[in-house]
Design a protein. Structure first.
Length: 182
């Protein structure tokens, strides 16, 4: 999504994605990259298209103490291609806790008041371990971190022209677990 735009214009260049992967007895490793056209659909504003990109890497190691147990770590960086690093979340992230609300912007780009396009930079990583108690019952423990960097004219516009102490950047930590029975 684009912040400040009604929508994306039609696709001129589809996302170009490349992936390298190796699978071995110890586990697997993967490296990927993507190129993404950011093309706003704004009739009233002349905004030039830009190309965003993303790179990601992951390693999964088979653990020796039980069949199926694994440790996985994944990291990624994007500039103007937020859906590659936000796991499918595009645009705005809303989280509620009691009476408090967290609102974080994570679009591909911002259309600024001066008619320019600022690409959003995002990096993050996550890691997890999964243990099979039985062939039908498994549990996992995972943690993640994401950082969203909104800079340039976009930061000034979001902060109402440079309000002192205003910073639209945000980051988030997660820690969780799950148990699955098949």
């Amino acid at each position: 999504t684009l912040y400040g735009a009604s929508s994306y214009a039609g696709v001129q260049v589809p996302d170009i994605v490349g992936n390298l992967r190796v699978d071995q007895a110890w586990g697997s490793a993967q490296l990927s990259a993507a190129l993404h056209q950011v093309r706003p659909n704004e009739a009233n504003i002349a905004v030039d298209d830009k190309f965003g990109y993303a790179i990601q890497g992951a390693v999964q190691v088979r653990l020796p103490w039980a069949a199926g147990d694994t440790f996985t770590i994944h990291g990624g960086y994007s500039q103007g291609a937020s859906h590659y690093t936000m796991g499918g979340t595009r645009g705005t992230l809303n989280m509620f806790e009691g009476a408090q609300q967290f609102l974080g912007y994570a679009p591909d780009a911002f259309i600024n008041s001066n008619g320019s396009l600022d690409l959003t930079k995002i990096y993050g990583m996550n890691a997890g371990i999964e243990h099979y108690w039985t062939p039908m019952l498994r549990s996992s423990l995972y943690g993640a971190y994401v950082s969203v960097d909104i800079s340039g004219q976009a930061a000034v516009d979001l902060c109402g022209g440079g309000i002192a102490g205003c910073d639209p950047d945000w980051n988030m930590w997660q820690l969780g677990s799950r148990t699955v029975w098949n």
